[in-house]
Structures are given as C-alpha cells and as structure tokens.
Write a protein that binds this ligand. Structure first.
Ligand SMILES: [Zn+2]
Length: 185
C-alpha cells in the first residue's frame, strides 16, 4: 500500500513501479496506491473527515484527543476506505502486506513474522526497529485477524522514492512476496 498518510506519499512510486514488475510464478501482487485517497490527494495526514485511518481500526482502538494529528475518529465509525481495504484483505488473504509510510527510515517490527521484516530491511538497507505499537493501526488489525500472515510498516526516507532506492524496494517486495522468510536464506 503506497500511501496511508497523505503527508507521506513516497511509497506510491513503489506501487506504480510494481505494476510493471512481473511477479514470480505462483505469486501475485495486489497493489493499492492509497488507503486514504482523500488525504493522499489533498496532502493531509487524515481523511476528509479528519480521521487518521491508521488510528481508526478496531484492534486496540482507543479514543484520542480531538485536535491532535492522531485523531482516531469519534466512534470507530467505518469509513469507505476502511471497509474497502478490509474487504480486500479478507478476500485476498495476502501472505505478506507492506504499508509504506515516511519518514523515519526504518522497517518497523509490526507483528507477524519478524524474519520477513528483517529480510526486507536487509534487502533495502534500512534498520529494523520496534517503532512502537499505535492504537487502532491497520497493521495491528491485520496481524491480529490473520495470525499466519505478516503485515508490516516500512518508513521510507523523507522526499521522493526514486532511482536505486526505488529499485531496491521493488526487488525486496518481489523477494519477500515470492519466498517469504526464505528470501534472505
Ligand atoms: Zn504514516
């Protein structure tokens, strides 16, 4: 998923590049440019209703103060984006899901199989760290709902994702999508 927060859009370059990358036999990419299409179009962290969709999922949800950039939504009210991504995940049941953010320059231990996350970090040259669990995040929902699969956050560097860095991320997505934890041997 290329863009969750509209102030962190660099990952869309990866989803677009993966569109023209052929997955290995027996695997498929399901590419979503924007989980938060309102915010990703407007350049805002939240959606058009001012809700941070990465704080609005049922898993570990809690009310966060209004007026903060972490606004979690009044009542966990489902948004169309949330309904759409959940329907997609339930239907496809991806083995590995990668959610791009910016700009902490790390792979976050987000739950799921840590070996896959270490592998991804090694392939792209980013450290793998525990960035903290945030209430109501979409990766927590996925990892709680589908314990045999792995969903994790990649925090890209500031600025656009291009050139050799983009190529490394495309190759890493292909590698962990194809071979899971075996990708790094
Ligand atoms: Zn983010």
């Amino acid at each position: 998923v290329g863009c969750v927060h509209g102030t962190e859009r660099a990952g869309i370059a990866a989803t677009r590049a993966l569109l023209s990358t052929v997955p290995a036999p027996g695997t498929a990419f399901w590419l979503v440019d924007a989980f938060n299409p309102d915010g990703c179009a407007a350049g805002t962290r939240q959606n058009a209703r001012g809700v941070d969709l990465n704080r609005n999922q049922a898993t570990d949800w809690r009310r966060l103060p209004r007026g903060t950039f972490l606004l979690s939504g009044r009542d966990r009210a489902p948004s169309p984006s949330r309904a759409a991504i959940r329907a997609l995940v339930r239907r496809v049941r991806p083995d590995v899901s990668i959610w791009f953010h910016q700009r902490a320059r790390l792979v976050d231990y987000s739950g799921g199989d840590p070996a896959i996350q270490r592998c991804y970090g090694r392939l792209v040259g980013l450290p793998v760290r525990d960035f903290g669990r945030f209430p109501g995040s979409i990766t927590s929902w996925q990892n709680a709902s589908f314990p045999s699969a792995t969903a994790f956050v990649v925090e890209l560097a500031p600025g656009p994702l291009a050139g050799s860095a983009l190529r490394r991320h495309v190759a890493a997505v292909r590698a962990v999508g194809t071979r899971g934890r075996a990708a790094c041997g």
